[in-house]
Design a protein around this ligand. Structure first.
Ligand code: DX5
Ligand code: ZN
Length: 217
């Protein structure tokens, strides 16, 4: 069964604590926090202070997805804020190895993220040092987009590499995930599913989490 990571990009910001507690009680293992800088992606969302505010109210794994250009300078702030996993986009830095080193040296799990247009080959040199790889299944920047089926082959390619090289990183998918699209991703090797609009744009977010889990039993 896949682990589910609700993305609070689609939550109710005025009642955020209520939404976070609801998905945690409802069985979500991970909370996905999308940080957007208005440069790497057009939107602006929230920063380290937001992560710091959430940390004391939840025991879920806080999975911070940085859609931020040149993230190196801001990594220490997210480490101090209490993130459990920090993901950096390989396209957003000329120094992916250094960025991952900073995260690991801060005692936080390191994640590398690839966009739909980025080949798996691009991250081969850093696979030995990551705890999680995030395969974007839409182009980043917005919730509520349509899943891109051509990304499934990349999940399978990554899973094959993981087995061949004996690594044990998680493979996370993000974008357009629902109880249908998750099935092929899970079969291809995905172990964590981010879901924003499918979970929160519904009267019963917990039922939506269960639908994703049931689809991957
Ligand atoms: C998109 C973000 C996602 C987003 C997913 O750039 O990285 O985490 O919240 O939203 P849905 O599940 O609605 O596609
Ligand atoms: Zn995300």
């Amino acid at each position: 069964m896949i682990k589910v990571a609700p993305s609070i990009l689609s939550a109710d910001y005025v009642n955020l604590q209520k939404d976070i507690e609801m998905v945690e009680k409802g069985g979500a293992e991970v909370l996905h926090i999308d940080v957007m800088d208005g440069s790497f992606v057009p939107s602006i969302s929230y920063g380290p202070g937001f992560v710091k505010a959430i940390r004391p109210i939840s025991k879920m794994v806080l999975d911070v997805h940085l859609m931020v250009q040149n993230p190196e300078h801001i990594l220490p702030d997210f480490i101090d804020a209490g993130a459990d996993i920090i993901g950096v986009q390989v396209e957003a830095t000329q120094h992916i190895h250094r960025a991952l080193q900073i995260i690991k040296n801060g005692g936080v799990k390191a994640e590398v993220v690839i966009n739909p247009g980025t080949p798996v080959d691009m991250i081969k040199p850093v696979l030995h040092m990551v705890d999680q790889v995030l395969v974007m299944t839409v182009n980043p920047g917005f919730g509520g987009q349509k899943f891109l089926p051509e990304t499934v082959a990349k999940i399978a390619e990554l899973d094959a590499l993981k087995k061949e090289l004996g690594y044990d990183f998680d493979i996370e998918i993000d974008g357009g995930v629902n109880d249908q699209t998750v099935v092929d991703c899970y079969k291809a090797g995905a172990t964590v599913a981010v879901a924003g609009s499918f979970v929160f744009d519904n009267e019963d977010p917990v039922a939506q989490i269960n639908k994703i889990k049931d689809a991957t039993k």
